[in-house]
Write a protein that binds this ligand. Structure first.
Ligand code: PGA
Length: 251
């Protein structure tokens, strides 16, 4: 069984002060829970040191970046390498988030290269996959997700693909207030689990896309949903703690 995991993607939000407060509230909140899932926080790059300082090595809460370069180092103005992330204390990195695929034209191949570079540097990648609304309407959901995962497996092999976290995030459900129904999400998660095979039994599979304190319970009740990747609702400490509590109750 994969262990329960809850990730917060803070995207391009916050100030030094607001992020300090949020990390402080989460640190205190999780400290007072009897049992909590493993927590991953993804602040904006410049806020990572602030969050790490606020958490002061608190166990059970890790910090990662929302993106990294596929290159090791060199003349790539504006980019950040996986090694630099390790150097400042990150343990995880998101790769292939749909906003990166859609707004910055990241291809399956580039995402696979980022995944490989991240793993090579010692980071745990959170591979984000998911279909657009048009693809779902055309009945292509499972094929699209399979291709996104296969592209990574082609570069690093299926064994290394399994040594990561996979987040199923239907593009039409991200930041829209629309969520996949628990059945729709479970169907895709079960297919991902099948694609990973026996090596993927303990690979955490997260659902993402408008997860909040009202819909989390029903999603986490699904057998192949091991946790969540939460955007908007992770910016409110109390709501994120509520979602974590629901995950603990379900798993
Ligand atoms: P959302 O974002 O929860 O705001 O829909 C999820 C994500 O983009 O990871």
């Amino acid at each position: 069984m994969a262990k329960p995991l809850l990730a917060g993607n803070w995207k391009m939000h916050g100030t030094v002060e607001s992020v300090r407060l949020l990390a402080g509230s989460l640190s205190a909140g999780f400290g007072s829970l009897v049992s909590a899932p493993e927590i991953l926080l993804f602040p904006s790059l410049v806020h990572i040191p602030v969050v790490l300082e606020q958490l002061q090595g608190k166990s059970g809460i890790s910090v990662g970046a929302q993106n990294c370069s596929q290159h090791l180092q060199g003349a790539f103005t504006g980019e950040v390498s996986a090694q630099m992330l390790v150097d400042i204390g990150c343990s995880h990195v998101l790769v292939g988030h749909s906003e990166r695929r859609r707004l910055y034209a990241e291809t399956n191949k580039q995402v696979a290269q980022k995944f490989a570079t991240a793993q090579g540097a010692g980071l745990i990648p959170i591979l984000c996959v998911g279909e657009t609304l048009t693809e779902r309407q055309k009945g292509q959901t499972v094929d699209v997700v399979r291709q996104q995962i296969a592209a990574v497996a082609e570069v690093v092999g299926i064994e290394n693909t399994c040594l990561a976290v996979i987040a199923y995030e239907p593009v039409w459900a991200i930041g829209t207030g629309e969520t996949a129904t628990p059945q729709q999400a479970q169907e895709v998660h079960a297919d991902i689990r099948a694609q990973l095979g026996h090596q993927g039994i303990s690979t955490p599979l997260l659902y993402g896309g408008s997860v909040n304190a009202n819909n989390a319970n029903a999603l986490f009740a699904q057998p192949d949903i091991d946790g969540g990747l939460v955007g908007g609702a992770s910016l409110e400490a109390q709501q994120f703690l509520d979602i974590a509590q629901q995950l603990t109750e379900q798993k």
